[in-house]
Write a protein that binds this ligand. Structure first.
Ligand code: MTE
Length: 307
C-alpha cells in the first residue's frame, strides 16, 4: 500500500540524518557480525525494518530529547521522570491480549508480534496537547495489520487499548494521579487508517522504556495522549470506550483529540507549538499536517467536539 506523506513534506536531507545514518551503519555492522545485543530490558537492540516510506524534510528530534522529555505518568509526572525511573522496567516476557468482538482473539508474546508483521520506519510529527512537538522516526507496523488478523465482527465499532498496571515496577501508579491503568481508544475506522501505527522502536532500535516499551500506539493526527504506551490489551468493543484523560478532565481532553489549531484548550491556545530544540514557535497544522489522509473520517462532525 502506498503511504502518502502530508502535502508539505518532501524528500530532503535533514540535519540529524548524518547521525541517523551513522546509527544505521552501526546497526547494519552489528547485524553482519552477528553481534547478539540481547541484554537487559533497558538495552536497545536493532530492529530490522524496511526503509521509510514517508519522506519528511523536517529535522527529526534528537534521540536524547525523545528519550529525556517524556510524558509517562506511571514513572512520574515531571518530563525527566520516565528516563530517570524506567531503566529497570521489565518488558520481557510481555503478552498482548487481543479480545472482544472478533473472530480470532488471542494472547501473543511481544517477540512473536514483532516477527509476525514487517516493520517499517515512519517519521511522524508528534504534537502534545500541552503545545510542544517533536518529529520522531518510529519503527513499527500498521495497527490495521493486527486488526485484519483478529477479524473484528460487525459489532466492533471501537478499539480499546489498555496499558500495564504494575505498581511494583511503575512507581507513579502508587499515587492516584490518574485512574490506572492508562486507557485509550479509537473508532474502528481511525484504527484502520494506514497512518495508525503500533510502534516497537525508534531511530532503528527497540523502544526505550520511557517511550512506551515494548509496544505503543502512534496516531500522528491526534494529540500525543492518544498514543498509549506499554500496551497489554487491545479489545474490539461496541461502544466508545472510557479513556483516561477524557474521563479525568472531560472539559479539557476529548475522546477524538484531533490536532486543531482553531479549538483552544480551555487553559491555553492550540494555535502554535514549541518544537523541541527550536527557538521560535511554529504554527500548529490542522490534523497535525495529515488532513489529506484523515479529514474525510470526520465529515459532518462538529470540530469543536473533536478536541
Ligand atoms: N501512555 C501511558 N501509559 N501513560 C502516560 O502517561 N502519556 C501520554 C502518551 N501515552 C502517557 C501515555 C502523553 S500525555 C503523551 S504526550 C505521550 O504519551 C508522550 O509520548 P513520549 O513521551 O514518548 O513523547
Amino acid at each position: 500500500m502506498l503511504i502518502r506523506s502530508a502535502p508539505d513534506l518532501k524528500d530532503c536531507d535533514v540535519t540529524d540524518h548524518r547521525l541517523y545514518l551513522r546509527l544505521r551503519e552501526f546497526i547494519a555492522a552489528g547485524a553482519a557480525l552477528g553481534a547478539g545485543l540481547s541484554a537487559g530490558a533497558a538495552q536497545a537492540s536493532p530492529l530490522p525494518h524496511s526503509p521509510n516510506k514517508m519522506p519528511i524534510d523536517e529535522k527529526p528530534t534528537p534521540l536524547k530529547d525523545i528519550t529525556s522529555y517524556n510524558n509517562f505518568y506511571e514513572f512520574g509526572t515531571d518530563k525527566g521522570d520516565p528516563a530517570a525511573n524506567a531503566g529497570a522496567f521489565r518488558t520481557r516476557p510481555w503478552t498482548v491480549t487481543v479480545d472482544g468482538e472478533c473472530a480470532k482473539p488471542g494472547h501473543y508474546g511481544i517477540d512473536d508480534i514483532i516477527k509476525a508483521y514487517p516493520l517499517e520506519e515512519r517519521i511522524y510529527r508528534m504534537r502534545c496537547v500541552e503545545a510542544w512537538s517533536m518529529v520522531i522516526p518510529w519503527i513499527g507496523f500498521p495497527l490495521a495489520s493486527l486488526i485484519k488478523q483478529a477479524q473484528p465482527n460487525a459489532n466492533a465499532k471501537y478499539v480499546a487499548f489498555q496499558t500495564l498496571y504494575d505498581p511494583s515496577q511503575m512507581p507513579g501508579q502508587k499515587d492516584h494521579v490518574l485512574d490506572w491503568p492508562y486507557r485509550e481508544g479509537l473508532r474502528l475506522d481511525e484504527a484502520l487508517n494506514p497512518l495508525t501505527l503500533l510502534a516497537v522502536g525508534l531511530y532503528g532500535e527497540t523502544l526505550p522504556n520511557q517511550d512506551g516499551a515494548p509496544i505503543r500506539l502512534v496516531v500522528p493526527w491526534k494529540y500525543g495522549f492518544k498514543g498509549a504506551k506499554s500496551i497489554v490489551r487491545i479489545s474490539f468493543v461496541r461502544s466508545q470506550p472510557k479513556t483516561t484523560w477524557s474521563t479525568m478532565a472531560p472539559s479539557e481532553y476529548g475522546f477524538y483529540a484531533n490536532v486543531n489549531p482553531e479549538v483552544d484548550h480551555p487553559r491555553w491556545s492550540q494555535a502554535t507549538e514549541r518544537r523541541i530544540g527550536e527557538f521560535f514557535r511554529r504554527k500548529t497544522l490542522p490534523f497535525n499536517g495529515y488532513g489529506d489522509q484523515v479529514a474525510s473520517l470526520y465529515r459532518g462532525l462538529d470540530p469543536r467536539k473533536l478536541y
